[in-house]
Design a protein around this ligand. Structure first.
Ligand code: PAF
Length: 273
């Protein structure tokens, strides 16, 4: 497995490759969710590149940029075992100039839900993902559905800027008790981890309601809020797959999303119906 720390080196490596390239961007602290993205990329492409970069521009003031879990040695082992061909590990100076042009997420869909609660977050995500896509020029890039709105923002960027890459959405990976995998789960105490199960419980209840023909979104979100009552809810929202607010669940065109604080840890989860 090759390791690169500057964009120039990776661009040269990529130029020598004529075959299909899969790209998995990450911020490290790799877990089974990342591993499933990597495995899918390895299966679908001749070569796979993984980036590990904790991108400062997508963190808000007061968020966990400085304490974001760092497990670089383990991450490299995971990548090697999963069959990754190259890992990109740049530092901040390699990725950013002092005075840069910026990208702004779409004014409406980029400023609801995550965009509303974490203003500026998507601008930073789009900025770094565009850089990483330009550096790696992948055939396919893999993103988890857990960050559903991020995935939607990236699909939009690819469409709006006519980028030549296929974005592959990947399924959410959960612990056996339902907790969606996240690098931030390590922040949870034992008690908080139990409370964190309320997110997947609320989504399960929502699915059950839909399965019993209860399609009214306000009824579903109310029932979910009851399940989540001892957490600090940021939003429980039901949208179509273009992130438009809807009144009734539309089968095969709906995402039910939740964001909540358990203690000081912000967790998100969703289900595609
Ligand atoms: O989902 C993430 O881990 C990050 O937002 C990404 C896509 C790697 C950009 O920094």
């Amino acid at each position: 497995m090759r390791e690169f720390s500057t964009p120039a080196e990776l661009i040269t490596y990529r130029k020598e490759m004529t075959k299909s390239v899969g790209f998995v961007p990450t911020m490290g602290a790799l877990h089974e969710g990342h591993i499933s993205l990597i495995k899918q990329s390895v299966a679908e492409n001749d070569k796979t590149i993984v980036s590990i970069f904790v991108n400062p521009t997508q963190f808000l003031e007061g968020e966990d940029l400085d304490s974001y879990p760092n497990k670089i040695a383990a991450d490299l082992k995971i990548c090697a075992l999963a069959g990754v061909d190259a890992v990109f590990l740049p530092n901040i100076q390699a990725m950013y100039e002092k005075d840069e042009l910026t990208i702004t997420a779409p004014k409406i869909k980029g400023f609801i839900l995550e965009g509303y609660n974490r203003p500026g977050h998507f601008d930073g995500v789009l900025q770094v993902v565009l850089k990483l896509l330009n550096i790696t020029s992948p055939t396919r890039a893999y993103f988890g559905k857990k960050d559903a709105q991020q995935l939607f923002m990236i699909q939009n960027m690819v469409k709006h800027l006519f980028l030549d890459v296929q974005i592959i959405p990947c399924e959410i990976v959960r612990e056996s008790d339902g907790l969606a995998l996240s690098s931030r789960n390590v922040y949870l105490s034992e008690k908080e981890r139990l409370r964190a199960l309320k997110l997947s419980k609320a989504l399960k209840l929502a699915t059950k309601m839909v399965m019993t023909q209860q399609f009214k979104c306000s009824d579903i979100t109310l029932a979910m809020q009851e399940v989540l009552e001892d957490t600090k809810i940021e939003y429980v929202e039901i949208v179509d797959r273009e992130f438009n607010h809807i009144e009734e669940v539309e089968i095969k065109n709906t995402i039910i999303l939740v964001a909540t604080f358990v203690g000081t840890t912000r967790l998100i989860d969703n289900i595609w119906i």
